[in-house]
Each structure stands twice: as C-alpha cells, then as structure tokens.
Design a protein around this ligand. Structure first.
Ligand code: PLP
Length: 418
C-alpha cells in the first residue's frame, strides 16, 4: 500500500477506506499482486534443474490464497491433516502436498497417507513405527541440524533444545531403522526457524543436510524449509533472497553432480509469500490519554492479531484516515481483557475516534492464529485482485460462537440453592 495524493491506495488504485466502508472493521485485506510478486522473486532467485516452492499454508489458510498460489505453480506444505484436506479441496495434486507434522501420532500420519500426500517424519519413534507398518512407502525425514537461528526463541526450530526434527546426531540410529525395515528415504528436510536474515545461515544448514544426504541413495528431493525474513518497518532489512538463491543453487548443483543425479530442491515459505500482502484495518474506538501515555483503543485485540503479544512481533501501524496529519505518539491497544498492545509509543498521524488504522504485514500468522476469545467474532477477509475486491470470508455472527456448543439441562440440587 502506498500513499498517492495524500491518500493510501492498494494495487490498481483501490482505496482501502472504501473497502472498510463496504465491509466494516476489523477487516483483513490481501493483495494478490504482492503474493504473485513474491512468488516470482522466489522462483527467479534459484537456478537449479528442479525447484519446488511449497507454500507453508499455516501462514494463511484462506482457501482462495491456496488456490491462487497453486495457480502460480506452488505445491503445499501442510502440518495437520486438516491442512492436507484444505489443500486437496483447493485442488493441489496429492503428490504436491508435503505433510510435515510435529509430534503427531502414527494414526494422524496414516490418515494423511490415505490422501496420497508426501510424508515427512520428525521423530525416531514414528520413523520406526512407520517403517514396520508401511515399509513400501517412501518417506522424507526432518533433520534437526542444531543451528540456532530465527527471530526469537518461539520461532527457532533447529537448535539442540528444539522439539522439531530428528537430531543430526541420531543419524546412525536412523540408518539402522532404514536397514532393519527396508524403508526408502526419498527426501531430507530441515527448517531452522523464521525471520532469518543471514544468507550464511541457510548455507550452513544446506551444508549439514547435503553432507547427510550421501547416506541415503534413493533421494528424490532435499527440502531446505524456510525462514526468510521480510521487512516489517519502513526501510527494514530483509533476507537477500537473490543472494541465498545464487549461493544455494551453486552448492546444490555441485552436490547433485557428486550424488550422481539431479534431485528436486524444495523450499516451503509462508511469510515470504504472504506477509506483506496482508493489511489489517481497525477502527479507533477511543482516544484515551493517561498521565503517561495516549492510548488508541481499537475494535480488535489479541483475538485477531496475537503476534505482537505472543512474540513481540512488530507491525507498522498507520492512520489511513489522516495520512498527512501531524505525527503524535500513541500506544495502540485492543479491547481484550488482558493487556493486548499492538504497538507502544508509535509515531502515528494524529488520530481521532472513528479513524481507521492499518496494521501492515498482516498476511502471515495473523488471521490463521485468530480466535473467538472474549466471545468476539473473527473478522471478515477480502482479497483484492486485478482491481476487484472479493469477500473471501464472512464476518462471524453469534451463530458461529454457538455453533458447536451443546446446551444441556443440568439438574441443580434444590438444597444447594436454598
Ligand atoms: C516446517 C516449516 N516449514 C515452513 C515454515 C514457514 O516458515 P516462514 O513463514 O518463516 O516462511 C514453518 C513455519 O513455522 C515451518 O514450521
């Protein structure tokens, strides 16, 4: 979204205030032009014989986003059988869906298997059980390379204390299971975390995974996961995807020569594809000065966008009702009964009650983490595509809150009431 003639506009000149007028607040809006730009950037950054981009749909599971990325050529990274089913409903071919769950039972993996998707196993115990039950089905394994990377501890997934993956030091045990069960390992995978800036971290991980790969003669792919950092602030740094692409492609092509044949190189980005494409529009309910702070209380909270409270993520906040207004210092908070601060002491154009604020980078891990806490409705979602706007999720109603609740007649002891 840019400022044009003192007003914010989305791609194709769409006025976000008109969308807010039409659909109300709080409102998520996704711009497909940005998703397409990011997808193409990613594809163009690598030069290997076979590149597969699997969209990590946990970032944003609106089925229209899945369909849009499928049409761009993406596969899917799914972490639950429900995501697998969404992917199938969106039209992904089962063999373009990679099921990479963490700490799930063999039953859940077997359910995914019935859909014909690719399986990626992340524990020794499940690998062994899977090998005994389905020795004829090739699988991938998720390796934990023991690299500390990622924007914060909650999104660092490849270090020695992490619950994710099979430790690289357990390789001898993996090899014994493979030999004993006859299991065919068709892929190696790692994902060291999110918000990783340094291209060398990706290279270090690649080195570890590719050195390990020589132990497995039947590989079809190597999956380097994701974790690319996107810009959150004005002029913020981001992973230099072109640098990562050049360096990893070189290293990967070298590896394929040593290995004796070309394998597919897979990445599974979430944030990189959809974070910047999303905007979250909220209305200022109250301007509330206290002795030390001026709060802007908005018609949303941690129930709709929990990232700032969960792991201190930064979302740029602008007052789109008054783009040219004098900058003032505000703390933007929600209406939930915990302290749910979206941003502290932010410089924002002077705001009045009824103004519309935009929170940026709201395309990834935003709606998909939303809840009905405080019995609030989850917001509507709109996609803008080629100059048109489409409602792609209705705002919830009281029926949604009550949908699965079962009202029963609980007998109360009369004496207790006396
Ligand atoms: C296994 C796996 N792959 C891919 C991703 C996507 O990461 P990002 O959104 O940083 O691209 C995640 C994020 O949690 C993940 O756990």
């Amino acid at each position: 979204m840019q400022i044009d003639n003192n007003r914010y506009v989305l791609s194709n000149g769409i006025d976000p205030l008109e969308l807010v007028e039409k659909y109300g607040t709080p409102l998520y809006v996704y711009d497909t032009a940005i998703i397409e730009r990011q997808y193409k950037r990613m594809v163009n950054a690598f030069s290997v014989p076979s590149l597969k981009i699997n969209y990590a749909c946990k970032a944003n599971t609106n089925i229209n986003i899945l369909k849009f990325l499928k049409d761009q050529g993406a596969g899917l990274d799914a972490v639950s059988t429900q995501e697998v089913e969404l992917g199938i409903r969106a039209g992904f071919a089962p063999d373009r869906i990679m099921f990479t769950p963490n700490c799930v039972s063999l039953e859940e993996i077997s359910t995914a298997l019935q859909h014909g998707v690719k399986i990626n196993i992340d524990s020794i115990s499940i690998l062994e059980q899977f090998g005994h039950e389905h020795p004829e089905i090739p699988v991938g394994i998720r390796i934990n390379p023991h690299i500390m990377a990622g924007g914060n501890s909650k999104i660092s997934t490849g270090h020695v204390d992490s619950k994710f993956g099979i430790s690289i030091h357990q390789l001898p045990h993996v090899l014994k299971i493979v030999e004993a069960t006859g299991l065919r390992i068709e892929g190696l995978h790692m994902h060291t975390g999110s918000d990783i800036l340094d291209a060398n971290v990706f290279l270090l991980g690649a080195d570890i995974l590719l050195n390990t790969a020589h132990h497995f003669p039947h590989l079809e792919y190597v999956d380097f996961g994701s974790g690319f950092k996107v810009p959150y602030r004005n002029n913020d740094v981001e992973t230099d995807i072109e640098e990562v692409g050049t360096k990893i492609s070189e290293r990967f092509n070298e590896f394929c020569k040593e290995y004796g044949r070309d394998l597919a190189l897979i990445f599974e980005p979430g944030k990189f594809l959809v974070s910047q494409a999303g905007y979250f529009f909220v209305k200022v309910n109250v301007v509330k000065p206290t002795p030390s702070t001026v709060f802007l209380g908005v018609d949303s909270g941690l129930n709709h966008l929990i990232r700032p409270m969960l792991y201190n993520s930064y979302h740029r906040i602008e007052n789109i009702s008054n783009p040219g207004g004098k900058p003032r210092i505000y703390t933007v908070v929600g209406y939930i009964c915990e302290t749910d601060t979206f941003g502290s002491n932010r410089k924002i154009a002077e705001a009045h009650e009824g103004d519309i604020l935009c929170m940026f980078n709201a395309g990834a891990y935003a709606f998909s983490m939303a809840s009905n806490y405080n019995s609030r409705f989850r917001p509507a979602e709109v996609i803008v595509h080629n100059g048109q706007d489409y409602l792609v999720r209705k705002r919830e109603t009281m029926d949604d809150i009550l949908k699965n609740q079962v009202e029963v007649a609980l007998e109360v002891d009369e004496l207790q009431n006396a």
